[in-house]
Write a protein that binds this ligand. Structure first.
Ligand code: PLP
Length: 392
């Protein structure tokens, strides 16, 4: 029997594509060698890793020796922040935003506890940061700016090139978390001008537990993981060969069909947005145009988040809720708060994140099922315990 459920949580993770899956298979059992070994099993694995590095570099417009493999977006983000501060002696000030993923946000908070000063830039009601704001926040002692390319909850795309130009003018390092952007919109590091950029394979139909950090050739970062000296001594540990091969296959595929994928997902996202915005008590969250093709995000007033997701789940629709209040704390969600949506009591955020594997028929099914799910959720009188979208 085929799976009848509708999966619209692709910003959390995606299914591995056939292309990535088939590319990975030989590296589990036939060509299982350790790429550090000098015999033929080793060299076979090494050449697969280096081919993959080339593919990823090409997709991002980077040089081959600027791509470092990591275990995913979280590690890449941690590396960028932790090592930048270790590198720069001139100051103790960092700049990021109020709407970063926890991988950046909590690392910045950790550094704050360690004595660094962090400016968390506010965003406008669409989730945008302006170059002027960044210009004002930069100080003599600023060592790093980290601003995400696209937000995981509301999909807003930041003007990274313009923001980066401001940082460069002041000779400040610039990192961007492009985890929700890579494989979804064109990303070329040279055009953006960034020093570091994080990607994660499982967000673009590659396997989980593998990602990369682009580090510009002129930026010499201290190592993230110390040990056997892999990745030019910067990130030790036996390489995840099958994961690397799968990630490269998935990103290569997405990059070669970018227009087609963007066209398909944008059309489905717009179907959802147009129809859902006709429903009562609903608002779009994030920027109406500057957003990644696959994320449609809303907030419904007078409704609790968890019952809405549960009702949708019972209808066979797998979506995500953000939080108007973070779990148990009574505090409003950081992202919604940053957008100025704190006044809405009992408001249910809903993120429908689409991939090319979805269909327009599924969008119609969601549109048809949503009113009943909203009605059920409105009738619930439980104090919601939210899944915090911030973590996906
Ligand atoms: N950054 C953003 C914007 C994300 O959406 C995520 C994943 O949810 C991450 C970082 C973390 O990536 P990973 O799951 O590969 O650690």
């Amino acid at each position: 029997m085929t799976d009848q459920r509708i999966y619209v949580d692709n910003a959390a993770t995606t299914a591995v594509s056939d292309i990535a899956f088939n590319a990975m298979l030989p590296y589990f059992r036939d060509s299982f060698g350790n790429p550090s070994a000098t015999h033929s099993y080793g060299t076979q694995a090494k050449s697969a890793v280096e081919e993959s590095r080339k593919t990823i570099a090409t997709c991002l417009g980077a040089r081959v020796n600027e791509i470092y493999f990591t275990s995913g977006g979280t590690e890449s983000d941690n590396w960028a922040l932790m090592s930048s501060v270790a590198l720069r002696q001139k100051g103790r000030h960092l700049i990021t935003t109020e709407i970063e993923h926890s991988a950046v946000y909590k690392t910045a908070q950790y550094l704050e506890k360690k004595g660094y000063e962090v400016t968390f830039l506010p965003v406008d009601r669409y989730g945008l940061v302006s170059p002027e704001q960044l210009e004002e926040a930069i100080r003599e002692d600023t060592i790093l700016v980290s601003i995400m390319t696209a937000n995981n909850e509301i999909g807003t795309i930041q003007p990274i090139r313009e923001l980066c130009a401001v940082a460069k003018k002041h000779r400040v390092l610039f990192h961007t978390d492009a985890v929700q952007a890579a494989g979804h919109i064109p990303i070329y590091v040279g055009e953006l001008g960034v020093d570091m950029l994080s990607i994660s394979s499982h967000k673009f139909h590659g396997p989980k537990g593998i990602g990369a950090l682009y580090i510009n050739i002129r930026t010499v970062l201290p190592p993230m993981v110390i040990g056997g000296g892999q990745e030019k001594g910067k990130r030790s540990g036996t390489l995840n060969v099958s994961g690397i091969v799968g990630m490269a296959a998935a990103l290569g595929d997405a990059s070669s069909r970018m227009d087609e994928i963007v066209g398909k997902t944008t059309a489905m996202r717009d179907m959802l947005t147009t129809e859902i915005l006709k429903m009562p008590g609903v608002q779009l969250t994030g920027h109406p145009e500057n957003r990644v093709p696959g994320i449609a995000s809303f907030i419904f007033s007078g409704i609790s988040g968890e019952p809405l997701i549960a009702a949708l789940n019972e209808a066979g629709i797998c979506a995500s809720a953000g939080s108007a209040c973070s779990a148990g704390s009574g505090e409003p969600s950081r992202i919604l708060k940053a957008l100025g949506l704190t006044q809405m009591e009992n408001a249910a955020p809903l993120r429908l994140s689409i991939s090319e594997y979805n269909t327009p028929e599924q969008m119609n099914q969601i549109i048809a099922a949503l009113p009943a799910a909203l009605k059920r959720a409105a009738a619930e009188r439980v104090v919601p315990k939210y899944i915090n979208l911030d973590d996906y």
